[in-house]
Design a protein around this ligand. Structure first.
Ligand SMILES: Cc1cc2nc3c(=O)[nH]c(=O)nc-3n(C[C@H](O)[C@H](O)[C@H](O)COP(=O)(O)O)c2cc1C
Length: 184
């Protein structure tokens, strides 16, 4: 199983990027997680959508080639980041590679509620007609106060959070296999 990870924070020391790397490493014998860059994508503009730059076409192709997408979202002012929304807008147009492609999501924030609003919005966005992505029911992975749960090297050291993500992964894999069978 090949999963594309799209991280909504573009900063170098992003906790969400570190969370994506934790998932990539911890479950490497169960699925391949390819972390995709979104910081270099131009702003979506309908004038250029039929002839976008190679950054855009490569990004879209990588998503098209994946069996599923893992969204790793920060929360900015109660919603997803502008960078993430921009990437999603690109994916929603022309080839519409998200249609039928299953999604699951995790998110980390420094606030107590751990991206709960951003994830609710993201679920809603993924149901837009140009995306129409089946989203893993339940299994919300909301990592609040993330700065207290990672060490200086960016390792996730909170045992409860690590165990909770183990459980979510146990649920996500059979669900993704069923979704792939339905949509293939
Ligand atoms: C513009 C901006 C808005 C933010 N809004 C929220 C918010 O609504 N809820 C929250 O829990 N944290 C919020 N934060 C704090 C983030 O949780 C924190 O910066 C986090 O580290 C961002 O994720 P990252 O480390 O992956 O970049 C905000 C941060 C920024 C820069």
């Amino acid at each position: 199983m090949k999963i594309a990870a799209i991280v909504g924070s573009t900063r170098q020391n992003s906790y969400n990027l570190k969370l994506a790397k934790h998932i990539q490493k911890r479950y490497e014998d169960r699925f391949t997680l390819q972390i995709l860059e979104i910081g270099h994508l131009p702003f979506y503009n309908q004038d250029i959508e039929h002839d976008p730059s190679s950054e855009v076409t490569d990004f879209i192709q990588n998503v098209a080639d994946a069996d599923a997408v893992l969204w790793v979202t920060p929360e900015y002012n109660g919603t997803i980041s502008g960078a993430l929304k921009n990437a999603i807008d690109w994916l929603s147009r022309i080839d519409q590679v998200m249609i039928g492609k299953p999604s699951w999501m995790v998110g980390a924030s420094m606030g107590a509620l751990g991206t709960v609003k951003a994830q609710a919005h993201l679920r809603d966005i993924l149901f837009a007609p140009g995306l129409s992505s089946p989203v893993l029911p339940g299994n919300e992975v909301l990592v609040g106060a993330v700065h207290e749960k990672m060490d200086e090297q960016g390792n996730l050291i909170d045992e409860g959070t690590v165990a909770f993500i183990d459980g979510a992964v146990d649920n996500v894999l059979p669900w993704l296999e069923k979704q792939s069978a339905v949509h293939s």
